[in-house]
Design a protein around this ligand. Structure first.
Ligand code: MIG
Length: 687
């Protein structure tokens, strides 16, 4: 059951696809109060209550015990005390002995989620706008709640199948020949690869929709050559458009009136990578259409995937902010500064980027009515995603394109995936990535993953190995690193063969993982979910923070500590452990329910599988297109014959019907009798 409560006149965010009438009675489960324009919801928490949701945010799977803010931010250096990341996903589920419900705050402005922070027994949710649609969802289980939320907000984005391949990326690939070398090193060594991202280096002076003619002279030919080798180029597009007359995107944007404006009607400008930029008003339908059409030349050159960046939007500085800081410096310089004033001076310079005042200084004009940016701030990235996705659909309605964005809002999950932003090469960020995944799934973002190896800082070999072992299971499996950091491609390291074998496991599992993903997406289900979903009555499972469920019957539990040679794993029920070293080399270990300490040397990693749930391994290959997805080895802990419905399609159909693409794999009881591992059926299948 979903109920809707409307406060004031909310801005229409496009997040929700179900039209529901607003209720008139009081909001259940909360005490409602107001302070100025704010709307405040308060609820007492019982000691056992767990909170899930808030998608992209730091800390645990259970969000209880911290204060989060919905305010999309470019936070390069984020840690566990960072209140806002790049996205705002305003879904929160309350789950405890006496409660099970979710709320979705459809509000594109700033929201504070004080989840047992100020008082450990109280949740306080504050909408600054005070104008919002609040949805209250009630179902009998966490799984049904998640499904109900997806019905409210629409089906998750479907990437093309090749997007489940391994993608190599790095800020700093500066020429076509460098990219060809990276591709060649992977192919030469048999490291599977399906895509290479082009970062801002491919652009002419960081200007969107251009490319450097000296370094990337013929994008069409380049893209065609790479595709012949089954590698897709995935260029980046930033939000800002350089304000420069004679630069076509600027001229057409200006002529159309498609940029965000200041109060005096002039275009708002701020510096980002291309220098002084204007910012497309993605909230205007015409502006979206215009911006989307700018992707056309790249699409016509054969590009089938993009990543959208800087769309919080990130602002390096505005003239106003720089001026204010200098003014302050001059005042102090002439007037003599005391201790306090000097700190203030430092702050004036440190807060030049992404300054709240700048976000209050410009306007959108959807439907001709100006809306101040800060009231709708969290929509900007989502509507950029929408502009791109709408353009791809116009360009080729018969095909799925790869698209992942840095900033997002609920609703964008229908149009693209996301990556988890600028993580660091830290062990703590490996854990953060794992813990974020189930909450991203709850919010509809099934296609996601982190920068494997870590974006900022210098990676260590063992950290890359462990990141890749998580990446085997994340729909987006991309190795990405920042300019000037240690080179992070697999082949740079001594143990590249073992890491190659880790990626090869991904490819052996690819048809199976793709099947699990598509089944989840097409049934409004979860690809990753907390253990609490399957064992709500097992307190150990409910409070497990370092293992997550995958698909119908799998669980992952990566090693996330340096120098660890194994880890503890809690099994709520008996499971089969597949301990992988390569697609050909793995252990099959049936384990009883309970606590286990299991050894995983650096290049070993597990997949746990529930009884009677088969896992299918294919022979693998160097790219998704050449995978043999007919021949499988099925593995299953069981005491009877079992079957699995494998989802297979052409990988590009934008609107597939689940039932039309299922093939039943039958693993007969006889496979059990002939198996060398008691209780585990091993069966060769041709489907
Ligand atoms: O200010 O394009 O998160 O993935 O490599 C940095 C350069 C801009 C931030 C993205 C990152 C990308 C980088 N970008």
């Amino acid at each position: 059951m979903i109920r809707k409560y409307t406060f004031g006149t909310p801005f229409s965010t496009d997040a929700v696809v179900l039209a529901l009438p607003a209720e008139t009675g009081p909001v259940p489960f909360f005490t409602l109060s107001r302070k100025g324009s704010q709307v405040i919801l308060t609820r007492k928490l019982q000691p056992e209550d767990c909170l899930y949701g808030l998608g992209e945010s730091v800390r645990g799977i259970n969000k209880r015990g911290f204060l989060y803010r919905s305010w999309n931010s470019d936070v390069f250096n984020h840690t566990e005390s960072t209140e806002s990341l790049y996205a705002s996903h305003n879904l929160l589920i309350f789950s405890g002995p006496d409660c099970l419900f979710g709320i979705y705050a459809d509000d594109p402005g700033r929201i504070t989620w004080d989840l047992g922070y100020t008082r450990s027994d109280t949740a306080v949710i504050t909408s600054e706008n005070g104008q919002l649609d609040l949805y209250v969802l009630e179902e009998d289980s966490l799984t049904e709640l998640a499904r109900s939320f997806r019905r409210l907000t629409g089906r998750s984005y479907l990437p093309p199948r090749w997007a489940f391949g391994y993608i190599q990326s790095r800020w700093g690939y500066a020429s076509e020949s460098e990219v060809r070398t990276v591709a060649g090193e992977h192919r030469k060594r048999g490291i599977p690869l399906d895509g290479i991202c082009l970062d801002i280096d491919y652009m002419d002076d960081f200007k969107n929709f251009t490319w450097r003619m000296d370094a990337f002279p013929d994008l069409k030919q380049f893209s065609a050559d790479m595709k012949k080798d089954h590698i897709r180029l995935v260029p980046i597009i930033d939000a800002g458009i350089r304000a420069e007359e004679g630069y076509a995107p600027y001229d057409s944007g200006k002529a159309g009136g498609f940029f965000c404006k200041k109060e005096d009607g002039s275009d708002f400008t701020a510096a980002v990578w291309p220098g002084i930029c204007c910012f497309p008003d993605f909230l205007q339908e015409d502006a979206r259409r215009w911006f989307g059409s700018l992707y056309l030349p790249l699409l016509e050159s054969g590009v089938e995937g993009f990543w959208n960046d800087m769309n919080e939007p990130a602002l390096f500085y505005t003239d106003e902010r720089v001026e204010a800081a200098f003014r302050r410096a001059e005042e102090l310089h002439s007037g003599g500064a005391d201790y306090e004033a000097m700190w203030g001076l430092k702050d004036a310079f440190n807060s030049i980027a992404n300054n709240p005042e700048d976000y209050r200084s410009f306007f959108h004009e959807p439907d001709g009515v100006p809306v101040r940016h800060d009231r709708v701030h969290n929509l900007y990235g989502a509507f950029m995603t929408r502009a791109s996705a709408e353009a791809f659909r116009r360009f080729d309605p018969e095909k799925r394109f790869l698209l992942f964005s840095r900033s997002s809002f609920i609703g964008a999950h229908r149009n693209g995936g996301i990556w988890q932003g600028d993580n660091f090469s830290w062990w703590s960020h490996l854990k953060m990535a794992l813990q974020m995944l189930p909450n991203l799934n709850l919010c509809g973002f099934l296609y996601s993953g982190c920068d494997l190896g870590g974006f900022g800082c210098n990676v260590t070999e063992d950290l890359l190995a462990r990141f890749l072992q998580l990446g085997v299971f994340t729909p987006l499996m991309r190795n990405h690193s920042a300019l000037h950091t240690r080179e992070q491609e697999i082949y740079r390291f001594e143990s590249w063969e073992q890491m190659r074998d880790t990626v090869r496991v991904r490819y052996a599992l690819l048809p199976f993982l793709y099947s699990e993903f598509m089944k989840a997406a097409l049934t409004d289900g979860m690809y990753f979910r907390p253990l609490a979903f399957d064992w709500p009555d097992d307190p150990r499972a409910v409070h497990t923070e370092d293992q997550i469920l995958l698909g119908e019957g799998c669980m992952i539990a990566p090693v996330m500590e340096q120098n660890a040679v194994g880890r503890h794993v809690y099994l709520p029920e008996e499971m089969l452990m597949i301990r992988f070293r390569s697609p050909e080399d793995y252990d099959l270990v049936p384990l009883p329910a309970g606590d286990h300490w299991i050894s995983f040397s650096l290049h070993e990693f597990p997949l746990f599988v529930k009884k009677d749930h088969p896992v299918l391994l294919c022979p693998g290959g160097e790219c998704s297109e050449l995978l043999d997805d007919r021949t499988f080895t099925a593995l299953c802990m069981t005491d009877r014959g079992v079957s699995y419905d494998l989802y297979r399609d052409n990988g590009t159909d934008p609107d597939p019907v689940l039932e039309e693409h299922l093939t039943t794999a039958v693993i007969p009881a006889s496979a059990l009798r002939s198996s060398p591992v008691p209780g585990v059926a091993i069966s060769s299948l041709v489907l």
